[in-house]
Design a protein. Sequence first.
Length: 80
Amino acid sequence: MCLWGPRSAPPICGGRAGPTGEVCQMKTFACGAVVPGCTAEFAAETEEGLFEQIARHAREEHGLDEVPEELIRQVRANIR
Ligand SMILES: [Zn+2]
């Protein structure tokens, strides 16, 4: 479930519109910010949800069974 913000909210995730035409306030992360060349992008309503997606992606696409602490820091710094 997405928390669609009020119509007056600033577009903080690129201005993508939700099902009701409102701007989504989800947190987003582009893997390319920490893994040069990777084009994967993620969006979730919470940081926890975002990290779940990133951890799965890191395992399946980058062969990382666990996301290293350093990478988590970089990811956190690049969440928009
Ligand atoms: Zn990636």
